[in-house]
Design a binder for this molecule. Structure first.
Ligand SMILES: Nc1nc2c(c(=O)[nH]1)N[C@H]1C(S)=C(S)[C@@H](COP(=O)(O)O)O[C@H]1N2
Ligand SMILES: [Mo]
Length: 187
């Protein structure tokens, strides 16, 4: 950890914003974009881009940490708080896990309690501008207290589940919880 208590163990800071993903960057068509809320919920639904962006939004300024050891300080995000989606979805009793789905079948799982932190967003702006396609635009999961692979880019769905469902990286040797402060990198 750094002297200021801000840099998690084994990380270094960067000024640029590295790009990391598998597969090609998808095209965004606002007419066709849908966000699917599904799983063990009382109110499954599919939101259009205009419905999604009409939901209450929130700004979050915080640091982000990638398992490849870069940390970027003071990033500014805007999006729909996770709590707003929970309000719409009405998860059933016993739901303890959240799986975000992205382009090309990418998924990432987190506990419902981790996702319920008040800095968790379905983010669609970065530094006051529409989120760039290379960083997951038009919309990505944003869960800053976990390594960044949990922040699914080109997010097109969120699933609520009673069972945990390890995602793309979690089934390839990465840690299920991914807390940078505990250095939970791999299994
Ligand atoms: N859909 C999707 N989301 C993804 C990935 C991916 O390959 N596909 N890669 C993850 C990984 S490993 C990281 S480190 C971050 C990188 O986000 P960035 O390119 O905006 O820095 O996105 C995460 N979200
Ligand atoms: Mo990553």
């Amino acid at each position: 950890m750094s002297k200021d208590g801000r840099l998690p163990p084994g990380q270094y800071t960067v000024r640029d914003f590295p790009v990391l993903h598998v597969g090609a960057v998808p095209q965004f068509d606002p007419q066709r974009w849908r966000f699917r809320i599904f799983g063990e919920v009382d109110a499954p639904r599919e939101l259009t881009w205009s419905e999604f962006t009409a939901l209450p939004g929130k700004s979050v300024k915080t640091d982000i940490h990638c398992v490849t050891r870069w940390t970027k300080y003071d990033t500014n995000w805007f999006g729909v708080p996770f709590a707003e989606i929970v309000k719409l979805a009405k998860p059933r009793p016993g739901v303890n896990f959240v799986i975000t789905h992205g382009a090309h079948g990418y998924t990432a799982n987190v506990s419902l309690s981790a996702a319920s932190d008040d800095d968790v967003l379905f983010a669609y702006q970065y530094e006051g501008k529409p989120l760039e396609p290379i960083h997951g635009g038009p919309m990505r999961m944003f869960i800053p207290k976990r390594y960044f692979w949990k922040s699914t880019k080109w997010c097109d769905g969120v699933e609520f589940s009673r069972e945990d469902k390890p995602g793309f990286w979690e089934t390839r040797g990465y840690n299920n919880d991914a807390d940078p402060w505990k250095e939970e990198r791999y299994w």
